[in-house]
Design a protein around this ligand. Sequence first.
Ligand code: SF4
Length: 367
Amino acid sequence: MPTLPLAPDPSAPALDPRPGLSGLAPDELAGWFTERGEPAYRARQVGDAVWGRSATSVDEIRTLPAPLREAIDGAFRFDTVGDTELRLSDGGLTEKGLHRLSDGTLIESVLMHYPARGAMRERHTLCISSQGGCAVGCPFCATGELGFGRDLETAEIVDQVRHAARRLNAAGQRLTNVVFMGMGEPLANYGPVKTALEILTAEWGYAISPRRITVSTVGLAPAVARLIAETGVNLAVSLSASTDVQRDRLMPVNRRYPLAVLLNACRELPLPRRKRITFEYVLLAGENDADADAHRLVRLLHGLRVKLNLIPFNPFPDAGFAPSPRARILRFQAILRAQGIGATIRESRGQDIQAACGQLAAARPAA
Ligand code: SF4
């Protein structure tokens, strides 16, 4: 399917220089009002509209005088992902949002609804992007094939959450989980991602428990340690190979941080008790799904507190890989489980709208 280019083309507008409101901490906003001789409570009024009421424009903040609303509009972007197109799948249980940013960059987020089942409460999980495209270039991932556009700003990350939360609130529901597993490598855009995490977990922000947020990485070893030391979120590491030869081919980042370096860094993490690292493993037919791979994985992960998430490969045009047959996936899982590794198979969502893991390519039919 022909797609619109992800990176800004020469005719695309320049990035709007006004900072996004949702990327500011309360004291930064208060500082702006103080400089203008306005009382500090003005910052709270704006903050309440952004966080509490999920307003869609500054005009909705009727407690502010019109000239002040105009000044805010001139200084800040109220919503950085305002131009959004939604596509639904799985009977409405999966919603993919295609967001056009101020410079024309396209990114995607995916909201997945999980109805209550047995003792499990209903969940609403949002998968968000941290970069426009990705420079890591894993060949089994549509985002990697797309190449790198640019890092997202804090507000562009947070506003993906804000949009989903607004839709959920309107339906009387609540966002329960956020995963950084969309487009991009979050730890390659560390500063804005960390600030976004602070805003998402702050009482004045979305007050989402860090235990309900997961950051997924290909394993930039030094940044992994920093993330765990500086935030309380869950860590997911994409492994997808059981040898360095395999991983060099499937995840080029392995040439910089080979398996031994990555796994040693994981072993040294100051993980709180009862916390585990999730390892993700995309199963590719004939590439990394043999019995021998499962046995090697057991040895590699020995001594680590882990969960293993097996991800059936989700095809995309010209991928050059095929999904492992179901029987192979089950056999792979059985070997791991028999050796005491908790391995689950990730349920695939939104394949028909290219919303599944590894399929995000900001694709939209060309006009
Ligand atoms: S799997 Fe993640 S890190 Fe690899 S190319 Fe895709 S988005 Fe980038």
